[in-house]
Design a protein around this ligand. Structure first.
Ligand code: AP5
Length: 218
């Protein structure tokens, strides 16, 4: 299956995409993770992306589309994938459809995970990430066992540079202006499923799996 996961920052896209990836055995493609790795390596992509990301703005569409065209053409994507955080603009969604139609493929389902602004602010200012293996924690709901260290690699956890509250508010505005219109785009094609993201992680996962099962059976 080729799936799109979108929603506001902190809605749980990464958390859920990882779980669905493990369940279905298809890769999770997080454009945020790919860009953060590029920034950490200091590659050309990272140098171009850094200022946009730190400001909570979107990296230009042409950069994102060429990145996704290449990544989705790799061998591990042959049986499908989960796009986590892509597309984020109408231009990206249309560009993605063009790339896929050249391959005689299409998106099977777009999952919109919905949460309130208050939930976003609380989750992101309390989120911690492992800079090495990208494991996610939350100081309230999913804390590390050892004080601020990754359970898997023991590395000190960090607050993402774009998780300061003022930057989170910018990201929310960018989401509403640029990304939310994708709901109409995918709804008009009959492939949108809205998922309530306010519940516990396992409840949200069950709702997503139910939506996927319906699509697989139809
Ligand atoms: P990206 O990394 O994609 O950030 P985002 O979309 O803002 O999403 P987040 O990663 O912040 O949140 P999430 O929804 O994955 O939530 P998570 O599962 O971590 O992008 C970063 C930047 O890169 C962008 O701002 C942009 O600059 C650039 N970029 C990326 N893609 C781009 C594109 N396509 N085009 C242009 N620019 C692009 O969960 C959040 C927290 O909540 C965690 O602590 C988690 O443990 C906790 N949590 C999750 N679910 C629950 C739950 N159900 N209950 C309680 N806690 C929960």
């Amino acid at each position: 299956m080729r799936l799109v996961f979108f929603g506001p920052p902190g809605s749980g896209k990464g958390t859920q995409a990882k779980m669905v990836s493990d369940r279905l055995g298809i890769p999770q493609i997080s454009t945020g993770d790919i860009l953060r790795e590029a920034v950490a390596r200091g590659s050309d992509l990272g140098k171009k992306a850094r200022s946009y990301m730190d400001a909570g703005k979107l990296v230009p569409d042409d950069i994102m589309l060429s990145l996704i065209e290449k990544r989705t053409g790799e061998a591990d994507c042959a049986k499908g994938y989960i796009l986590d955080g892509f597309p984020r603009t109408l231009a990206q969604a249309i560009g993605l459809d063009e790339i896929l139609s050249q391959r005689h493929e299409s998106i099977d389902l777009a999952i919109l995970i919905e949460v309130s602004d208050e939930t976003v602010i609380t989750r992101l200012t309390r989120r911690r990430v492992c800079p090495q293996c990208h494991a996610l924690y939350n100081l309230d709901t999913d804390p590390p066992k050892d004080d601020n260290r990754c359970d898997r690699c023991g590395v000190e956890l960090v607050l993402r540079s774009d998780d300061e509250e003022t930057t989170v508010r910018t990201r929310l505005n960018v989401y509403r202006n640029d990304t939310l219109p994708l709901a109409d785009y995918y709804e008009s094609r009959g492939i949108l499923r809205r998922i309530d993201g306010e519940g516990r992680v396992e409840e949200v996962f069950d709702a997503i799996m139910e939506a996927l099962t319906e699509v697989r059976q139809s």
